[in-house]
Design a protein around this ligand. Structure first.
Ligand code: ZN
Length: 91
């Protein structure tokens, strides 16, 4: 199910729920019963969690403004294993 938005000429916007892809172009206004046209709006990004919103924003920005490296990255430092791992039994 998905939420679709319609707008009644007299009563204003209202929402109805339909299975995805089955929303009619017109719907009956719940207040006056008049035929109302469907409105196309942006996805409700404000309802996303903070982390998901940040990930979505980052993915969007890489399309238009990908992060560019201006110099060759330096040598990677060799990560030494944690000292506690030396005490584990070896196979
Ligand atoms: Zn109405």
């Amino acid at each position: 199910m998905a939420t679709y938005e319609y707008c009644c000429a007299q009563c204003g916007p209202f929402e109805t729920r339909h299975p995805i892809g089955t929303a009619p172009d017109r719907s009956e206004c719940p207040e006056c019963g008049g035929a109302s046209r469907r409105r196309f709006t942006a996805v409700h990004l404000s309802l996303m969690s903070k982390e998901l919103g940040a990930a979505h924003e980052r993915a969007e920005s890489t399309r238009d403004e990908p992060e560019v490296v201006s110099e060759i990255p330096g040598r990677r430092t060799v990560r030494r294993p944690h000292p506690a791992l030396a005490h584990l039994p070896r196979p």
